[in-house]
Design a protein around this ligand. Structure first.
Ligand SMILES: [Zn+2]
Length: 332
């Protein structure tokens, strides 16, 4: 393998890029803005320009760069076709083809869903090392998950495997989810979902004194209040834990991973988020996976660049092995 590669995390707010050595060492990381105008049509050329500029700055040529791994916030199929990415304004787009038209020297480009990439990143150099199967849950603007089985990302037939945010947990809900359905997990356990639960709890417990009655309610204020023993905030975390525990029990019934990794912006609050999920998971779980460990993500916002470059390395290694096998067959 050539000595360098780039990992890219195409986010709705910023694009994170990392220059890696193929040994796995992150040499440098930086971010560029996400330009959403014109249906996100400048995003890939911005990425290619940023990579070219970095290579020039460091006097690197394509002879020493193996390729690019990229995570995008939407469903991606095996050949790198993004199936509608609302956050970036994309419809259906084959990313490798579009990038290679911009820079034919990029021969190897691996594209995947950003949460799937982050899961691999955490298994490689983060909180879930030494495991070959894991489910990583990201809690933030939405609720997502990445599924890795036998060190391979499981994408599903339409690239939507792991979309647990749209698992129906309350069929009686009357408000619509962003996906158009009712009662999705995301409506209660995302950042806005948690605020939604808090407002319900405050209404249901008018007698309970609570810090949440003063000032703006945010996931941070809810977590802080729960840490201080606030009754209403603790009830919010209980309900959050019940829903997440229930959903992850369903995930464990089908995937049975070695470990669950809890990440995303909300997970930065730490144990106050992790503990209720773990508690209710153990209560609802089938005995054969009741003790599945739960860990917090460790790479933070870098998980995506680590994982996307790791996917590229895995693909290159696989190709090299196949070539070797073909050569051996020819020798016989
Ligand atoms: Zn939904």
């Amino acid at each position: 393998m050539k000595p360098y590669a780039f990992g890219v995390d195409l986010g709705g707010n910023a694009i994170k890029i990392g220059l890696f050595q193929t040994t796995g060492n992150l040499v440098e990381k930086w971010t560029i803005p996400t330009r959403l105008e014109d249906h996100g049509s400048h995003l890939l050329s911005d990425v290619v320009d940023a990579i070219r500029a970095k290579m020039e700055e460091r006097s690197l040529t394509w002879d020493v760069v193996e390729g690019v791994g990229m995570g995008v916030p939407g469903p991606v199929d095996q050949d790198g076709t993004v199936m509608r990415c609302v956050n970036l304004g994309w419809d259906i787009l084959n990313v490798p083809k579009a990038v290679q038209e911009l820079e034919p020297a990029i021969e190897k480009l691996k594209v995947a869903n950003d949460v799937n990439a982050a899961t691999l990143g955490e298994m490689w150099q983060g909180g879930a090392q030494w495991n070959n199967s894991a489910v990583m849950v990201t809690l933030g603007v939405g609720v997502g998950s990445g599924i890795v089985v036998d060190n391979k990302v499981f994408v599903g037939s339409t690239g939507a495997a792991g979309e647990i945010g749209h698992m129906c947990v309350n069929p009686k809900e009357t408000e619509r989810c962003t996906c158009g359905n009712y009662g999705c997990l995301e409506q209660y356990c995302s950042d806005t979902g948690l605020v939604h639960i808090a407002k319900m709890v405050l209404e249901e417990l008018p007698e309970a004194p609570s810090m949440l009655r003063e000032g703006e309610i945010t996931p941070e204020t809810i977590c802080q209040a729960a840490k201080k023993g606030d009754i209403a905030a603790s009830e919010v975390m209980e309900r959050f834990g019940q829903l997440m525990g229930q959903a992850l029990t369903a995930v464990a019934c089908t995937v049975n991973p070695q470990v669950f990794v809890i990440g995303g912006q909300m997970a930065q609050a730490g144990m106050v988020i992790l503990k209720p999920i773990e508690t209710y998971f153990r209560r609802y779980a089938f005995h054969a996976f009741r003790n599945t460990p739960f860990v917090l993500a460790e790479l933070g916002e870098d998980a995506g660049i680590y994982g996307s470059v790791r996917m590229l390395f895995d693909e290159v290694k696989l190709e090299e092995e196949l070539e070797l096998e073909e050569e051996e067959e020819l020798d016989l």
